[in-house]
Design a protein around this ligand. Structure first.
Ligand code: ZN
Ligand code: ZN
Length: 400
């Protein structure tokens, strides 16, 4: 089992987040779109990517956050003007603070009505008068978990144990067990941020940066907690149980909301836990979606005479493979409905495809050699027959 912090997870998801996309492009609208056009574009995309509709899909979650961020900026007249002027590289850094955009909670019902405006209205405060509270979500965790091949057929109940940074119980996340062990930072009056005026070209800009005395925390710990060393969070061992659905694909990521790291600040939500499902190899099956592929090595006589082979199967019933007389190596036998359950179509199962192979012994006993010599003349071709066979083979090769 491997644990990764958020930066590693983001790296895995890197293809979706490498270059910051244009906010108008994200919402699929023109630069001169009206406020109601912006709102309609956001509403329809947010519905499409809402986590309730895309359980555990990491790509949708990123897209959901992306359209939220675009809407947060473009729906705020002041922020929209700055974005139109500077793009993503505005002076003073991200308008969302050093943590970047953290996402907001909107219910899917609100996206059908219009209950989401107030959530976005409060993101940027009003003209800097209100103290902006940083609602940082805790980091996400990625855990890799291996399941048996049988679990793809039946689904399974799994459990994992992992270490995760949670709010320290000894100090309740304050960093010190003593009430006066933590004090407001005098340099920034507990804001965690310092404001100054800067000139950028012809503009005078109010720039906000993290306070260096308290590293943006807004408080200084004098008497650090012995368990978490003043961090307010400490490693805890957690156990979660979860279900793996039948037909699960290798590499599927299940999301468990709120099971990631606790946020640094008391007000933030915990991050998510992503469980990446890896599937063990089967002894003889290869998988292709809901189909199963296998090969059986057969003797010359089994191919010529035909045979029936039975092997134990994942569905509990024997897999009966009837090899017809006169079969050739490389031919396949399809057993419909005996493959894996299909995750897409809900009903029905894939097929088992059996490849027939000619298995030739590298060593034979003296007794067998004697018998083979006896039948050799019977099964070998005469010179004329052999010439015909060679021509026939060449014809079919050119055709095919
Ligand atoms: Zn502590
Ligand atoms: Zn400070």
């Amino acid at each position: 089992m491997q644990l990764f912090k958020e930066d590693r997870l983001n790296e895995c998801l890197g293809e979706y987040m490498s270059a910051k996309r244009d906010y108008y492009e994200i919402l699929g609208i023109q630069r001169n779109s009206s406020a109601s056009e912006i709102k309609n574009a956001f509403r329809s995309l947010a519905r499409k990517y809402h986590p309730d509709k895309n359980q555990g899909d990491a790509e949708s979650e990123i897209k959901f956050k992306e359209v939220q961020e675009a809407y947060a900026i473009l729906s705020d007249a002041n922020e929209k003007r700055k974005y139109d002027t500077y793009g993503h590289n505005r002076p003073g850094g991200s308008p969302f603070g050093s943590g970047g955009f953290e996402g907001v909670n909107i219910s899917i019902e609100d996206l059908f009505g219009g209950g989401f405006e107030s959530v976005f209205g409060s993101i940027f405060g009003s003209g800097g008068r209100s103290r902006r509270t940083k609602r940082q979500r805790g980091s996400d965790l990625l855990v890799r978990h291996t399941v048996t091949f049988q679990a793809v057929m039946d689904g399974s109940k799994e459990s994992i144990e992992f270490e995760v940074l949670k709010t320290c119980k000894n100090c309740n996340g304050l960093g010190s067990p003593e009430p006066d062990g933590v004090r407001e930072c005098p340099a920034c009056d507990g804001r965690g941020r310092i404001q100054r005026i800067e000139k950028v070209g012809p503009f005078t800009q109010q720039v906000v940066t993290d306070c260096s005395s308290c590293r943006g925390e807004g408080r200084i710990v004098h008497d650090p907690c012995t368990i978490c060393k003043g961090e307010g969070r400490s490693n805890e061992s957690k156990k979660v149980e979860f279900s793996v659905p039948p037909g699960v694909e290798n590499g599927t990521r299940l999301r468990m909301s709120g099971f990631g790291e606790s946020a640094k600040s008391e007000s933030g939500d915990p991050g998510h836990l992503y469980i990446e499902i890896n599937i063990d190899e089967h002894e003889w099956f290869e998988r292709d979606g809901s189909d199963l592929l296998m090969a059986i090595p057969l003797s010359y006589t089994d191919l010529v005479l035909g045979t029936t082979i039975e092997v134990p199967h994942l569905d509990g019933e024997l897999l009966k493979i009837k090899v017809p007389a006169g079969s050739k190596p490389g031919q396949t036998i399809l057993l419909k409905g005996r493959g894996l359950p299909s995750q897409r179509s809900r009903s029905g199962r894939g097929s088992v495809m059996v490849l027939l192979k000619l298995d030739l012994p590298s060593k034979i006993s003296r007794g067998l050699k004697k018998k083979l010599l006896e039948i050799r003349d019977e099964i070998s071709y005469s010179d004329d027959e052999l010439r015909d066979k060679i021509s026939e083979e060449a014809r079919s090769r050119r055709r095919g």
